[in-house]
Design a protein around this ligand. Structure first.
Ligand SMILES: [Mg+2]
Length: 237
């Protein structure tokens, strides 16, 4: 994993957010002020604008730089929250070792940072209703030693369940909370945009797992050769 993987994920998230921009805007116009998707697009475009800088870094440093760029370019509440996610993950990169459990811990550290920043858990009709269940599902699947392809296929389903759950929730945080009972019956735009980005990132990472695959015996370097080809799929990036 390195800065190139970070940019691949940013590109995937950007393409999918652009594709769903009208839908997110309409959701946000119902219970917010309609600017959420534009804030996200601005942040993702800012990251694409410093592609060379991010791609030159190792994974932790790339996440940290992305966090500071998002913080300085994204307005509304989503800037500080997504920045906290990236920064929280960057601080938990030391433990990465190719084991899915180490990635689950890294993602959970990011989600914890968002939770601290936003002072919100699940059930308040926010992005946390996607981020937290996805972190829990990731941890559960990793603990069961599920394969990476299965994990990447399951997380979008958990994210989608989280989005649907926000429909019946009463908003108690953010602008939507001003609507009180009238917020019930609407899907939260922040939960939906988080689902869209998580799904795009999982699909992107799934493609690289499929393409590069677990190393076959013929791919392995000669005995004694210095190479990372025999390292697990995830850590080989
Ligand atoms: Mg807004």
């Amino acid at each position: 994993m390195n800065g190139k993987v970070v940019m691949d994920c940013v590109d995937a998230a950007y393409a999918s957010i652009r594709q769903h921009a009208d839908e997110i805007m309409v959701l946000d116009q119902s219970i917010g002020d309609g600017d959420h998707v534009f804030n996200l697009i601005r942040g993702l475009e800012a990251l694409r604008g410093i592609r060379g800088d991010i791609e030159a870094l190792d994974f932790a440093a790339a996440l940290k730089l992305a966090a500071s760029k998002v913080l300085s370019t994204v307005g509304g509440s989503s800037g500080p929250l997504f920045s906290s996610l990236l920064l929280g993950m960057s601080r938990a990169c030391d433990q990465l070792n190719g084991d899915p459990r180490s990635y689950a811990q890294m993602y959970a550290a990011g989600v914890d940072a968002v939770q601290l920043r936003g002072k919100t858990g699940r059930g308040s009709k926010t992005m946390m209703d996607v981020l937290i269940p996805v972190a829990e599902r990731l941890s559960e699947l990793a603990d069961r030693e599920s394969g990476v392809p299965l994990i990447l296929a399951e997380l979008p389903k958990e994210a989608a369940r989280g989005v649907l759950a926000t429909r019946d929730m009463l908003a108690t945080k953010g602008r939507a909370s001003f609507l009180g009972e009238r917020s019930v019956g609407h899907i939260d735009p922040g939960a939906r945009s988080s689902e869209i980005m998580i799904t795009a990132v999982c699909e992107r990472l799934g493609k690289s797992v499929n393409r590069e695959g677990p190393p076959r015996p013929t791919d392995l370097p000669p005995r004694g050769a210095a190479s990372d080809a025999s390292v697990g799929v995830v850590s080989s990036q």
